[in-house]
Design a protein around this ligand. Structure first.
Ligand SMILES: NC(=O)c1ccc[n+]([C@@H]2O[C@H](COP(=O)([O-])OP(=O)(O)OC[C@H]3O[C@@H](n4cnc5c(N)ncnc54)[C@H](O)[C@@H]3O)[C@@H](O)[C@H]2O)c1
Ligand SMILES: [Zn+2]
Length: 380
């Protein structure tokens, strides 16, 4: 059984088809909306081992002429060199403006293949088939595509919405546990900013069927994207909850240390602590979310070798401080988030410092509501 989640954009609406067995039916779904005969099926070597044959077979059975292109797995493939190589292969194989791209893989493949689709012949159509939790609930939805520069991740890219997204939670059984858990960090983020009841479902999760959780998260992301396609209205920015400090930690830790979702787990704990202090979030709520992160083996304590000033240096480079404060997403109660302009450099520094101890959240004392950040997470 599959469900369909629409992404209702101003100029273009598309569907995310979610359900077990949708991978085998990819050709059928694509043939309903695309009549062009040729496509490049872009994937990485890990995903190819498990799923290339199934998807290629399904597309061919539906009458498509498929050029499979497999890239080495990993973030390093999100490069100009890889994008160029793929474009050269597509050109050599005679794919043209009428052809389309199918991105089969995690966020790396989705971002790279989506970017190729955005620039090849000034833009050709694209189908996303995400195969990691992260890609299914986050990166395949919303049209952000991109590659990395030495100067930073995702600095080159384009908005390029797919024609359809085919999301089969059944493929997650082959995903390594660490990659599985990092994707759950984005689900926990969605619960905090939009869907607090989902926390019950995450607490009860037994490792069995993920379909309902994936479907629920797809809906949340699809709605937020539809409300603010180009991230200009402050709604899509709410998805950055936990990402300001999380990204900085990810950068300082260095490539390969934390998976994205693991760094975001740390960023979420810091953002929850700031929310308790500055937005009136119930400390018990912050505690509860942290417990859930912990139960998925996600880090909640910053190790000593990641220096506070190094994290601050990245934050200052990436974020614009205006009059000493930056825009930072806070949560006032579970299911509700907003962009605050009141978080100062000192608040951030203290939040990073506090992350070094086992989190224990406490609200500012009523007599001193403006109390300094240092009291929120007392040293263990
Ligand atoms: N475009 C966006 O909006 C957006 C949002 C968030 C993250 N991202 C990007 O996503 C990327 C990370 O994506 P990711 O976390 O999916 O990592 P990934 O694509 O690197 O996949 C993780 C690993 O799992 C393997 N894999 C994928 N699916 C598998 C499966 N079903 N079975 C077995 N192995 C499988 C991959 O080969 C890889 O080794 C980053 O580059 C990040 O910048 C983009
Ligand atoms: Zn993220």
């Amino acid at each position: 059984m599959s469900s369909r989640v629409p992404v209702l954009l101003k100029h273009h609406t598309y569907e995310i088809i979610v359900g077990h067995g949708t991978l085998e039916r990819a050709g059928e779904f694509v043939s309903r909306i695309l009549s062009s005969p040729r496509c490049a099926l872009i994937t990485d070597e890990n995903v190819a081992n498990h799923y290339l044959e199934i998807v290629q077979g399904s597309l061919e059975a539906a009458g498509f002429d498929v050029t499979p292109i497999s890239i080495p797995p990993g973030e390093a493939s999100k490069s100009f060199a890889a994008a160029e190589q793929i474009c050269e292969t597509m050109a050599a194989e005679g794919l043209d403006r009428g052809s389309f791209v199918v991105a089969l893989g995690g966020g790396v493949v989705g971002d790279l293949a989506g970017f190729v689709a955005a620039i090849y012949y000034r833009g050709i159509r694209c189908v996303q088939i995400p195969t990691t939790v992260m890609a299914q609930v986050d990166s395949s939805i919303g049209g952000k595509t991109g590659i990395n520069l030495r100067a930073g991740k995702n600095l080159i890219g384009a908005f390029h919405q797919p024609l359809v997204v085919i999301t089969d939670p059944g493929v997650l059984v082959t995903l390594p546990k660490r990659e599985f858990n990092e994707g759950v960090a984005e689900m926990i983020k969605h619960a905090v900013i939009r869907d607090p009841e989902m926390l019950d479902e995450l607490e009860a999760f037994s490792g069995a069927d993920l379909s309902s959780l994936v479907g629920r998260n797809v809906q949340i992301k699809a709605r937020i994207v539809a409300e603010d396609e180009y991230e200009t209205l402050g709604i899509r920015s709410l998805l950055n909850f936990g990402h300001t400090i999380g990204h900085a930690v990810e950068t300082v830790a260095g490539y390969g240390h934390y998976l994205h979702g693991e760094a975001i787990s740390l960023g979420l704990v810091a953002a929850l602590a700031l929310s308790v202090k500055q937005a009136g979030l119930d400390p018990a709520a912050a505690e509860r979310v942290t417990e859930i992160l912990h139960s998925f083996e996600l880090p909640t304590v910053l190790p000593g070798h990641i220096g506070t000033e190094e994290v601050m240096a990245v934050l200052k480079r990436d974020k614009k401080f205006e009059a000493g404060a930056i825009r930072f997403v806070l949560c006032d109660k579970l299911g509700s988030a907003f962009v605050s302009k009141d978080i100062t450099e000192d608040d951030l520094r203290q939040a990073v410092e506090d992350l070094r101890h086992s989190p224990r959240f406490s609200a500012p004392s009523p007599e001193r509501p403006e109390q300094s950040a240092s009291s929120a997470l007392p040293a263990a």
